[in-house]
Structures are given as C-alpha cells and as structure tokens.
Ligand binder design. Structure first.
Ligand code: 13P
Ligand code: SF4
Length: 303
C-alpha cells in the first residue's frame, strides 16, 4: 500500500494532477485525495482548479460534470463503468414527454443524471443545493427529475412550489426502512440520526437531520454531539470520523447502504488512471454546451 501511495504522489506531481474523491469512496482513496467532498463541492473544485489533470474518484456523472465545468482540463475516471443506477432512471425521451405534458414548468435535474438529460434541463441541483435553487427559480411549477425522494424532500421544504416528481430512486438509500432506523435508535440511545434526502419520505420521518453528505460533514465539524447514527452510504463514516475523532459513528446495520459503484475505485485503479491517462471523460461540444448552461445556473442560483 505504501508503495502504491508513493507512486500515486509522484505521478500526481509529474502531471500536475488534482484528485477529487466523493465521501462514499473507500477510506484509503479518501486518504490520498486532495479534496473529499459531496457532489456540489467536487463540481465547484473542478471548475476552480488550476491543475492540468483532474482524477475524479467517483461515479461517471461526477466525471462528466467536472469535464463540462473544466473543459480545458483532462478529466480522468479511474473506473470507466462506475455508474449511478439512479442517473439511468430517466432518458431524454422520457424527459421530453414530461416537458411536453408540463410546458410551463422549469426542469430541475439532480446532478445524478446523464449529460443528455442535463442538456434538456433548466438547472441542475445537488442534494446540498436543491432546496435553495428550487426556491430561487422564478417558475411556480417545477419538474424534478430523476430522484423521487430528493424531489419529495424539496417539495416539503418549498411548499410554495408545485413539484412534479419522476419515479427514479437510489437503490442504496431507497431500501432503508423506518424500522431500520428505529431499531438502531433503540440500540444506541441518545445518538443523533443524520440522514440523506435520497431516503424515502417515511424513513426520513425518523431522522434528526436531513443533510447532504457535505451537510453532515459541516454538522459533525461543530463537535456538538458524541454519537451519531449515519443513514447514508457507509463510506462517509470515515470522512466524519476524521472530522471528529472523539465521536462515535454508527453505520446503520443494513448491508444495502453500500454503493458498489463507488467502491469500484481503488488505489490501484487511481494509479493506473494517472499512469495511462485513462479513462478520459469526453463530452461532445454541442451537448456539453447545453448541459453547461444547467450546471452554471446551479452554481449561480446556489448563492
Ligand atoms: P451528495 O450530493 O450528498 O454528495 O450525494 C451524492 C450521491 O450520489 C448520493 O447518493
Ligand atoms: Fe448513485 Fe446511489 Fe451510488 Fe449515489 S449512492 S452514486 S445515488 S447509486
């Protein structure tokens, strides 16, 4: 492992590369990254970097987002087939049909989506920015795609808008039941329950705080609590523990809270990616231009 880490560091320096890792990646991947963050932070850091190469230790839509926001950089995905099943739950034809059915609605598309779907959308959102962005949109009617759970969370927070939901869901978060959380509370009394908005409405009722992964990090950094039950992908407990080593983080005891796509990224795949400059993320100019509009609007409206 030490040898791998040394070789990654040497190649990183030689190629002027930046490693951006999502909080759901493996602990050893997070430990060698320059930035560990939620999908919003990774997008912002990709847009801002002066590095020549960006290694996006995350799933495909994160690499595509970085490539669109940083068109003059080489964006590398360590694992080409690390996808996000939620992103595949709407295709451009389905979105076109929805747009035809609701012609005056603004389309807000979760960043967990394909480039083609982004290109048909008015604005992208992430879990940390969705509420603020939807609130700031001038339209009253909003088509929210593809995640029904994040969409229903936004609808609860922004009751003045009429939110039309699509049927997509994250297989990792959607399976968690309210009883799973209630059982964990009984086992760990006094623990504060942090939950991602991709969980269902029923399960969200069991939470103390509904937060994006970045929001969880921000809350834990305040060091106000000693014990947390964490209801999102298991990789984040490593991130949280680094920010408050004295606190206890309890992974909800459900094997479903494991994103096998995020876990495909290893130190070996990062080394190979840097060495061979594979897999280069490329997005056609026309489609990138259209998708960039929705992504730039996301950055602007999240102020
Ligand atoms: P965040 O926006 O919290 O990083 O979540 C991304 C994701 O894929 C959640 O499953
Ligand atoms: Fe996609 Fe869910 Fe994995 Fe996030 S946790 S990348 S939404 S499958």
């Amino acid at each position: 492992m030490d040898d791998l880490i040394r070789r990654i560091a040497a190649l990183k320096k030689e190629k002027n590369a930046l490693i951006l890792a999502h909080t759901y990646t493996r602990a050893e991947v997070q430990d060698i990254a320059d930035v560990v963050g939620d999908s919003f932070e990774l997008a912002v850091r990709a847009a801002d970097t002066t590095a020549a190469v960006i290694v996006l230790a995350g799933v495909r839509f994160m690499g595509e987002t970085a490539a669109i926001l940083a068109p003059d950089k080489k964006v590398l995905l360590p694992v080409a087939d690390a996808g996000c099943p939620l992103a595949d739950m709407i295709n451009p034809d389905q979105l076109q049909r929805l747009k035809a059915a609701y012609p005056s609605a603004a389309v807000a598309c979760y960043v967990n989506s394909s480039v083609e779907v982004k290109a048909l959308s008015d604005v992208c959102v992430t879990s940390s920015s969705a509420v603020r962005i939807v609130r700031n949109l001038p339209q009253k009617q909003i088509l929210f795609v593809p995640d029904q759970n994040l969409g229903s969370w936004v609808a609860e927070q922004v009751p003045e808008k009429e939110i039309i939901l699509h049927s997509g869901f994250c297989p990792v978060h959607h399976k968690i039941q309210p009883e799973d959380v209630a059982d964990a509370r009984k086992l760990f009394p006094g623990a504060v329950v942090l939950m991602h908005p991709e969980c269902t409405k029923e399960t969200r009722r069991e939470a103390d705080h509904i937060l994006s992964t970045g929001g969880m990090v921000a809350l834990v950094k305040e060091k106000k609590h000693q014990r947390y039950i964490v209801v999102t992908e298991s990789g984040i407990t490593h991130t949280l523990q680094r920010h408050d080593p004295a606190a206890e983080f309890i992974d909800i005891s459900n094997p479903a809270m494991y994103c096998r796509n995020m876990k495909k990224i290893t130190l070996e795949t990062i080394l190979r990616s840097l060495d061979e400059e594979e897999t280069l993320v490329t997005v056609g100019d026309d489609i990138a231009e259209k998708a960039r509009g929705a992504l730039v609007r996301m950055l602007e409206l999240n102020r």
